[in-house]
Write a protein that binds this ligand. Structure first.
Ligand SMILES: [Fe+2]
Length: 319
């Protein structure tokens, strides 16, 4: 689990000596905002002892297309499996430090695993355990789906700190159907009707989620609600929790998955996916996109799409 963020100025990136005077990289208000946004992480922590597990990110390469996020993720997965760890951002300058820290923590938020009152229960611990047990993390696409599920859950709690247990469980299980249809190879780009493919994915996923959660102790009405949310999760609609799930899912696509998506599918399908995903975002969630680090190629696709002023109506997405 990610416990601390260490910030290192560009001129002192090679020093681990805690006696070296550190340049203040964050204003008090900038540090407070990061602490609010990423609870549980000690922001701008002092350099810990040299043997504390940690990963490093170079701020000067952070927004480059060439940044090897796969290597970073692999290192983070290994650290997370062993327990608590720190994240160190090197090469920072004061004028961009808060933005970079926000982007890096957003990319790594699945290692924070925040909960709220509704998910800090023994029943929800069983929900999490049941979810984890479905995923063979040695299979790359399954690992990617597991990471996305946790990331969507974390986005949901950032967007609505009072999200219900049903909404949070739906965030975790919304793409569970991919364990059946796309665990070894993705097929969505071959679908003759993309929306119909996604609707079927959601419908089957609802049945799988209900089955997986049948005996964890959720009240029947909560289990029913999880099923409803998962079955409709590809269409925002008027339901506030459904819209929340769509916002969280779409933001996770951009913050966690879009770079790998581009590598896997290529620019043509990624451009279509970007347009589809933007349509799922409400304006307030879309307003967060400039604060999310995407590959420059994906950013260009986002900027090339028209900005909506209202969320799409259900009928609008049926075309
Ligand atoms: Fe998803």
């Amino acid at each position: 689990m990610l416990k601390r963020l260490i910030l290192v100025a560009g001129s002192s990136s090679s020093s681990d000596d805690p006696s070296v005077r550190r340049t203040p990289l964050l204003s008090p208000s900038g540090k407070a905002e990061l602490s609010r946004e990423f609870p549980g992480v000690e922001i701008d922590a002092p350099c810990p002892p040299g043997d504390e597990p940690r990963a490093s990110v170079d701020a000067r390469a952070w927004r480059s297309s060439a940044l090897d996020l796969w290597a970073l993720d692999t290192h983070l997965h290994a650290l997370d499996a062993r327990g608590l760890f720190g994240l160190r951002i090197e090469g920072l300058e004061p004028e961009g430090a808060a933005r970079t820290a926000y982007e890096v923590l957003t990319r790594c938020q699945r290692f924070i695993r925040r909960r709220n009152l509704a998910s800090a229960s023994a029943v929800f611990a069983r929900v999490l355990g049941r979810h984890r047990g479905l995923y063979d993390l040695d299979r790359p696409l399954v690992r990617a789906d597991y990471d996305h599920a946790i990331d969507v859950w974390q986005w949901m709690l950032r967007l609505d700190a009072r999200a219900s247990a049903a909404a949070q469980a739906a965030a975790l299980f919304h793409d569970v159907e991919r364990l059946v249809s796309e665990a070894d190879v993705r097929i969505e780009h071959r679908a003759p009707d993309y929306q119909a493919f996604k609707d079927e994915h959601a419908r089957r996923g609802a049945a799988l989620a209900r089955s997986a959660l049948a005996d964890v102790g959720l009240p029947p009405e909560v289990l029913d609600r999880v099923g409803v949310l998962v079955s409709a999760h590809e269409r925002p609609g008027d339901d506030a929790e459904l819209a929340l799930l769509n916002d969280a899912d779409a933001l996770s696509f951009f913050s966690l998955n879009s770079g790998g998506f581009l590598d896997y599918y290529g620019p043509e399908h990624t451009r279509a996916k970007v347009a589809y995903t933007l349509r799922r975002l409400r304006p307030a969630a879309r307003a967060l996109l400039p604060r999310i680090r995407c590959r420059p190629e994906v950013e260009a696709m986002i900027l090339g799409e028209p900005r909506r002023t209202v969320a799409p109506a259900p009928a609008e997405t049926q075309a």
